[in-house]
Design a protein around this ligand. Structure first.
Ligand code: FAD
Length: 388
């Protein structure tokens, strides 16, 4: 039986990033995915500049639009436009993005098997055993990168019950020639209509992706919210294709994501930003942090992979904690927040800085000075009764 240095379960942005970096460092890596590639995934496919800059490879071959503008509305009314002189995000389609990232992992030397569902895995002290399609694979370490509905988090005993999650519903629409130029370099965001979330339109090469997402309890109302959003954006909801709902898993602070020789990355670890619903940045970042921790372990410089969890707490969870607070305040005071977004160039500039990765939530909070105590209190009060 071939023994690998690492088995990566799941070939989304998190798994492919970890596999690519590990293979490039000389490790013997195999990545398994249950889907046949190229495969799609419910996702807006928006890759912020912050996320793209986390990678050491260019996404150019899969970028379909570059966004510098946003149409913002409040409860499907009063739309206004905001613009930034530099790119804010790239629009991709997940079937193309993920196939490209998997290809880059293979080019770096990783083995990749698609249509290879992992059904069982066992972590022992010095090795892991993974069973897929009748094969038994053995490795020194394992990365659970199998997303929101994967099996590794439970199989490895990291979670015993369903974790906190947000939900989203999205679909694709073709656009009439007349309105194509409207969305060439602009997205639409509608705030205030969906508790804890927003509605969006993200343009792709030959269609637009439209969706609504928010706290889990809003799930049954999402279809109606999506119909209303489509009507507002002049799209025919009856003609949406690929209509799909999906969870966005949210990690509780302190929840374990690394132990012994196994760890979780991306959605499997629940690393979605609660305010924006963005998960691709944390997928790339956690993939890199996982690869670095495994390299240290394989080199004999660490006894286990727990340094990965500490790195995620420092670099991802510290931001997610503040994102939760912002989400509570911005949603509780949605109307004034949208008004500030409309009229304050400073607020808009800071938001663009966050999206571009030029600043962080922590820096933004620190800039409040003594007012941050007021912000923390307001966030606490705002959160009461919001997330049922
Ligand atoms: C509607 C919606 C819109 C979103 N829009 C955005 C957006 O615009 N921008 C953004 O940054 N984030 C967005 N997100 C979040 C983003 O999609 C995720 O955070 C991101 O895909 C996480 O990447 P990942 O690699 O961790 O997991 P995934 O991309 O989910 O990949 C997991 C992989 O594991 C495989 N797998 C699962 N089980 C097994 C198994 N047993 N064996 C083998 N393989 C398995 C799956 O087939 C899949 O390929 C959105 C999410 C939703 C639901």
């Amino acid at each position: 039986m071939t023994e690998y240095d690492a088995i990566v379960i799941g070939a989304g942005p998190a798994g492919s990033t970890a596999a690519r970096l590990l293979a490039r460092s000389g490790a013997k890596v195999i990545m398994l995915d249950r889907a046949s590639f190229p495969r799609d995934k419910p996702c807006g496919g928006g890759v912020t500049i912050q996320a793209a800059n986390e990678l050491d490879i260019a996404l150019t071959p899969v970028i379909e639009r570059t966004i510098t503008k946003a149409q913002v509305s409040f409860r499907l009314g009063g739309a206004f436009h905001r613009e930034w002189p530099h790119p804010l995000a790239y629009m991709t389609q997940r079937c193309r993005l993920d196939a490209y990232l998997a290809e880059m992992a293979c080019e770096a030397g990783a083995d990749f098997r698609d249509a290879a569902q992992v059904r069982e895995l066992e972590a022992h002290g010095s090795h892991v055993i993974v069973r897929s399609n009748g094969d038994t694979l053995r490795a020194r370490t394992v990365i659970g990168a199998d997303g929101a509905n994967g099996i590794t988090a439970q199989a490895l005993g990291f979670i015993s019950e369903q974790r906190r999650a947000a939900v989203a519903l999205e679909g694709d629409a073709t656009i009439q020639n007349g309105s194509a130029s409207r969305w060439e370099d602009a997205i639409a965001l509608d705030m205030g209509a969906v508790p804890g979330g927003y509605g969006w339109l993200f343009p792709k090469g030959d269609h637009v992706n439209v969706g609504v997402g928010g706290w889990k309890y809003i799930g049954p109302a999402l279809r109606e919210r999506l119909s209303e959003l489509c009507a507002f954006l002049d799209l025919d909801v009856a003609k949406l294709t690929n209509l799909r709902g999906h969870h966005l898993p949210l990690r509780d602070a302190g929840a374990p994501i690394a132990r012994g020789n196994s760890l979780l990355v991306g959605d499997a670890a629940g690393l979605v930003d609660p305010l924006s619903g963005e998960g691709i940045h944390a997928a790339f970042l956690s993939g890199r942090l996982a690869a670095e921790a495994i390299q240290r372990y394989l080199a004999g410089d660490a006894d286990d992979l727990t340094s990965y969890e500490a790195a995620v707490d420092r670099q991802v969870m510290s931001e997610i904690e503040i994102s939760y607070k912002l989400q509570a305040v911005l949603f509780r005071f949605a109307r004034p927040s949208v008004a500030v977004l409309r009229h304050s160039d400073r607020f808009w500039g800071r938001l663009c800085g966050l999206i571009r990765g030029e600043t962080t939530y922590a820096e933004t909070q620190a800039r409040l000075g003594p007012l941050r105590h007021f912000f923390n209190g307001l966030a606490k009060v705002s959160a009461i009764g919001l997330r049922r």
